[in-house]
Unconditional design. Structure first.
Lengths: 309, 251
């Protein structure tokens, strides 16, 4: 079965800088695909090329089998976009913004009104529908943007940092809605910095660095791939230095966060034994000791070369 | 393109025009500008109009009003929307660049033609006779399209700073007024002045407006209409083609 999004050798050059460098990947029907990368890695440029907002310099993008360069309108009819920056019209009301989208996507008036009411009620902003968007809070604006992207019932949704800077209530509401949409069959392409979010939501993630894809896989597989090194978190009731810990057998590195030491080791068993022996010899008690499974953060930092920066 | 696709594009363009009117045109200051500008221009013409007839002055005033109002807001819409990131929303929708440009033009045509009616009311109010109403109505519509397209053409440079575009717009608009037979009758222009006048679409509209009120004209009316149509088409095509190129650079 062909992918919902098929990207081959996608390239974008700005002057002397290659922002996106022969990127290829596929997003499958019904999955939530996370697109991760540090600032300036090329995430937003890639997303803008996928949605046909900016032209590509080389490569191809197929959305539901439609080439975004040659048949952009057929492709756009089937996806919705939630950009990073809230871009509802501030001088229009929430309702007017939604009806504008209905007209642009060809949703019949009666159906559009039903959808507007349903989405605004689901997102908790129906009571504010006749208020101009300039009076909305950031969370309300983001919920409206999501409603605007969903009005025409797209089969594919592009989201760029949808919960960035939002309060807990708005974040939970949006994430719950995304899960519900995905369960209903909507494919989701999610650009995010939030590793927890990616870890909880995504079936697969693609990691981009310096304009190139460095990994595409399920979060658990990415974590497993970097499990060569383990982490142990330990706290003591007395003074201990990094040198004390790194001089112990089996410990590769030690860093302090608050009152806890995070130890990196290739052999967790040997490191724990060393730490226990060290505490006995130095007469400092171990307050807490736990092994930490690698997180998606770790995988991300390792794969993007940001670890230790 | 089939009929259904054309209807779809027309509906999208009308939706964009309605949005423009709500956001950019139906504002107190813009409407006040629209109503008072022709009134003040009329007073300026009337007081400084030497020994020119009221019909001559009103025809020129109508030309200036339509020209300035049709190009007043349209050049700034793309920069404003680029700045507010709302252009990205339109660009990611099924509306094409041509549809967005046409939608902006429709709003500008309605505003320009609407305000020009104020000038027409002034003309009728001071007792001028409208000799060729149908020709004038057709010319207003055609010229509003032409000037709106010119406004969209002025918006082509991919800057998201509206003041830059407005500066460029003023640099072009004001000299055009002086070479279009508004202050000096075409028949009194020197040969170099006439060479410039034929390059300005405003010349042809002013000529038709004079014909509508006085019955006299410099060019044949059909030539005026044809010239306006050619300018409108050329400006529209150029605006669409050039915006297609520069719009991605606003994102």
């Amino acid at each position: 079965m062909p992918g919902v999004i098929e990207v081959a050798d996608l390239t974008k050059v700005f002057g002397a800088v290659t922002a996106v460098d022969h990127v290829s990947f596929e997003v499958r029907e019904g999955e939530i695909f996370g697109f991760l990368g540090p600032n300036g890695a090329g995430k937003t440029t890639t997303t803008r090329m996928l949605t046909g907002v900016i032209p590509m310099d080389a490569g191809s993008v197929q959305i539901f089998g439609h080439d975004i360069s040659t048949a952009p309108f057929r492709a756009r009819q089937r996806f919705g976009v939630v950009p990073e920056t809230s871009n509802a019209y501030a001088d229009l009301t929430g309702w007017q913004n939604l009806m504008l989208m209905a007209d642009l996507y060809g949703v019949p008036r009666h159906r559009a009104e039903e959808r507007c009411r349903h989405l605004l009620e689901t997102l908790g902003i129906y009571e504010r529908r006749d208020q101009k968007v300039q009076g909305y809070s950031k969370g309300m604006k983001q919920r409206l943007i999501l409603a605007m992207a969903l009005l025409h019932e797209p089969e594919l949704l592009f989201l760029d940092e949808p919960t960035s800077g939002l309060d807990v209530q708005s974040t939970r509401m949006i994430l719950a809605l995304l899960r519900g949409l995905n369960e209903g069959g909507t494919t989701i392409f999610l650009t995010t910095h939030n590793m927890d979010e990616a870890n909880q939501l995504c079936d697969r993630v693609g990691i981009i660095r310096g304009g190139r894809i460095v990994a595409v896989d399920a979060p658990e597989k990415l974590k497993a791939a970097i499990e060569r090194l383990h982490r142990i978190e330990v706290s003591f009731d007395g003074a201990v230095t990094a040198d004390d810990l790194t001089s112990l057998p089996g410990i590769a590195a030690a860093g302090r966060t608050g009152d806890k030491w995070q130890i990196t080791t290739g052999d967790a068993d040997a490191a724990i034994r060393s730490v226990v022996a060290f505490s006995r010899e130095r007469g400092v008690r171990i307050v807490t000791l736990q092994t930490l499974a690698p997180s998606l953060d770790d995988a991300f930092l390792r794969l993007t070369g940001e670890e230790g920066k | 393109m089939n009929m259904a696709a054309l209807q779809e594009k027309a509906r999208q363009a009308w939706a964009i025009a309605r949005k423009d009117m709500r956001i950019y045109y139906l504002k107190g200051p813009v409407l006040i500008f629209g109503i008072f500008m022709p009134v003040f221009l009329f007073l300026a013409f009337y007081m400084g109009g030497r020994d020119l007839s009221p019909a001559f002055l009103l025809a020129g005033l109508m030309g200036m009003t339509l020209f300035f109002t049709s190009t007043a807001v349209s050049p700034a819409i793309f920069p404003w929307e680029g700045q507010a990131k709302t252009l990205e929303r339109l660009a990611a929708s099924p509306a094409s660049t041509a549809t967005i440009v046409l939608g902006d033009m429709i709003a500008s045509v309605i505003f320009g033609a609407g305000v020009t009616l104020v000038t027409l009311l002034i003309a009728l109010g001071i007792g001028l006779s409208l000799l060729h109403g149908f020709v004038l109505a057709a010319a207003i519509l055609l010229a509003a399209c032409c000037f709106s397209a010119l406004g969209m053409l002025l918006a082509v440079p991919p800057t998201n700073v509206p003041s830059n575009i407005m500066m460029l717009s003023s640099l072009l608009k004001f000299p055009l007024v002086f070479i279009s037979g508004i202050f000096v009758p075409l028949e009194e222009l020197p040969s170099w002045g006439m060479a410039l006048a034929v390059c300005s679409p405003l010349t042809y509209f002013t000529d038709i407006a004079r014909y509508s009120f006085t019955g006299t004209h410099f060019f044949p009316v059909a030539a005026d209409i044809a010239a306006l149509a050619v300018f409108a088409l050329a400006f529209t095509v150029a605006a669409v083609v050039l915006h297609r190129r520069t719009m991605p650079r606003r994102m």
